[in-house]
Design a protein around this ligand. Structure first.
Ligand code: G2I
Length: 447
């Protein structure tokens, strides 16, 4: 599923994995359908670009948490934000977003590692040898910081020129390292976090044109030579001068046919009312028509904080009211305020157990809690041991015990909120005391 967030970056040895899923539906909710739940019903995420500085605004956070199952830091992971001084890394604002996403079970897109813009001036001053070292160091240090926490990384962003040339854009990387810098960046990225999907991301590549042809040729070349690439991001910034291309779906499909996922990464469409709604519907339907389209990210939560707020390009207005475009997207995703196949009005969760490590005297277990088609406010589940086993440690969950200490009831440590379809996990260490039996994970109870 697209929704699981691995909080515990433990190595899983194939032979040690045992999984069991149990579902329990509890009471039903009035909760209306949401973008995230409707998209989850179609096996997709629905995300938004987020600015750390707005997370403290209650309506912003509430809208984000209710509707979205994925986030992209809008500026906080860019080179100027994380390494403004060479080899001094500052992750505070980006960490805030990642922590928020984790508590909500949201996926995170990393944006972005190598880009000509928002690049500190010291980078442009380096000679080729030094620049290569700095680029690889930047990729490695940033990816290692977030290892295991990022679903997809924009490894290289906007490396091609606009217009009909199909040429690479001038940048310190292009000008000093040549075309090969893109391949080098992807290889370095794979080594730094092998679990993250590695994407190339660009704009004006949304339809079939000279620029997207050039990106297509690069991806085809990478696939044929085994250069690691997993996904291509289509930013999808549209307005009347640059509307949704008629071959948008066909363009996504031809990239997917190369064997990469496609992602709609920065969607916004200037306009209002029915016309804007119709364009949003077209984009949503295109993603749903391409099986390798993993999800959609809109470039902001509310019009008032959009990078082009005058164009009111997003799904929520400045007062966080849903716009006609919101209704169109929700309907296209199969939801419609509660009667589509997105949310079914029943608050539920599942608990899935995995043994993540095993040694002679003990083992580690991990339980992943996944919300059903409605958002969850809180959850609990039980883990029952075989005596004389004893739990010696727990993490990411709050345990309570029965008198015999064989049944552990686990609840969220603090905020148990999960968006529809989103996941969280807790873990524990068991002292075997002679018994290697697997624990029995009870039903997940949600409210
Ligand atoms: O330009 C739209 C997007 C195109 N694709 C790549 C994205 O990364 C890019 O995002 C925008 C952000 O939405 C803006 O918020 O990138 C801009 C910079 O290239 C961001 O603007 C910058 C302003 O230029 C800075 O003055 C400001 O300090 O945002 C910064 C943080 O608010």
């Amino acid at each position: 599923m697209h929704m699981s967030v691995k909080r515990l970056g433990r190595a899983v040895t194939a032979g040690l994995v045992a999984a069991a899923a149990l579902t329990a539906a509890t009471h039903s909710a009035e909760a209306a359908d949401t973008l995230g739940s409707a998209a989850a019903g179609k096996g997709r995420y629905f995300g938004a670009a987020v600015a750390a500085g707005h997370l403290g605004e209650a309506a912003y956070a509430a809208t984000l948490d209710r509707e979205f199952t994925q986030v992209t830091p809008e500026n906080e992971m860019k080179w100027d934000a994380v390494e403004s001084t060479r080899n001094t890394f500052t992750f505070g604002a980006a960490d805030q977003i990642v922590t928020h996403a984790k508590t909500q079970g949201m996926k995170v897109r990393g944006h972005t590692l190598v880009w000509h813009s928002q690049l500190p001036s010291w980078v442009g001053g380096l000679g080729a040898t030094d620049l290569r070292a700095a680029m690889n160091n930047h990729i490695t240090r940033v990816m290692e910081h977030y290892k295991g926490q990022i679903d997809s990384w924009d490894v290289v962003n906007e490396a091609f020129q606009d217009g009909g040339s199909g040429a690479r854009r001038s940048s310190p990387f292009q000008d000093k390292l040549g075309d090969g810098f893109i391949e080098e960046a992807f290889r370095t990225a794979r080594a730094a976090d092998p679990a993250a999907k590695l994407c190339y991301n660009d704009y004006n590549t949304d339809g079939v044109n000279a620029k997207s042809d050039a990106v297509y040729a690069m991806v085809a070349d990478f696939k044929s030579r085994g250069v690691p690439i997993d996904c291509v991001g289509f930013q999808s910034h549209f307005n009347s001068a640059s509307p949704v291309p008629s071959d948008y779906r066909a363009n996504l499909q031809r990239f997917a046919d190369l064997g990469v996922d496609v992602q709609i990464t920065e969607l916004d469409i200037e306009g209002s009312g029915a016309a804007q709604a119709s364009s949003y519907r077209t984009v949503t339907e295109a993603c749903l028509a391409v099986s390798r389209c993993a999800g959609i990210t809109v470039w902001g939560v509310t019009d008032k904080y959009s990078w082009r707020s005058g164009g009111t390009p997003l799904l929520f207005d400045g007062d966080y009211a849903a716009k006609p475009a919101y209704d169109a997207v929700l309907a296209a995703l199969g939801g419609s305020g509660g009667d589509g196949d997105g949310g079914d009005g029943t608050v539920s969760c599942t608990a899935t157990y995995t043994r993540t490590a095993d040694w002679s005297t003990g083992y580690n277990g991990e339980v992943t809690i996944t919300a059903g088609s409605e958002p969850v406010t809180s959850w609990s589940t039980t883990v029952t041991l075989t005596p004389p086993q004893q739990v010696s440690a727990t993490w990411n969950g709050s345990p309570a015990w029965d008198a015999s200490r064989t049944v552990m009831t686990v609840r969220p440590t603090w905020n148990g909120s999960l968006a529809a379809g989103a996941s969280t996990s807790f873990g524990f260490t068991v002292a075997k005391n002679g018994s290697a039996a697997a624990p029995v994970v009870g039903a997940c109870t949600a409210s």
